[in-house]
Design a protein around this ligand. Structure first.
Ligand SMILES: [Zn+2]
Length: 65
């Protein structure tokens, strides 16, 4: 796979999470129309997804190099 230039690590991470893992860890519902809500705090990016079925909040945190 070719490396795409002009994309920030932030964009690449967002794309990675958008593509996969929108499955609720609580009830297993896959929210194919949903997306991650992204917030940044300094060198960290936090992704949150709220399950539309059971309202469980799935949080992932990624540290930018
Ligand atoms: Zn759920």
């Amino acid at each position: 796979m070719a490396i795409q230039k002009g994309r920030s690590p932030f964009d690449r991470l967002k794309q990675m999470f958008d593509r996969s893992d929108l499955r609720c860890p609580e009830c297993g519902y896959v929210d194919v129309e949903g997306g991650w809500r992204v917030t940044t705090t300094g060198s960290r990016v936090r992704y949150q997804h709220v399950c539309p079925k059971c309202n469980a909040i799935d949080t992932k945190e990624v540290r930018l190099e």
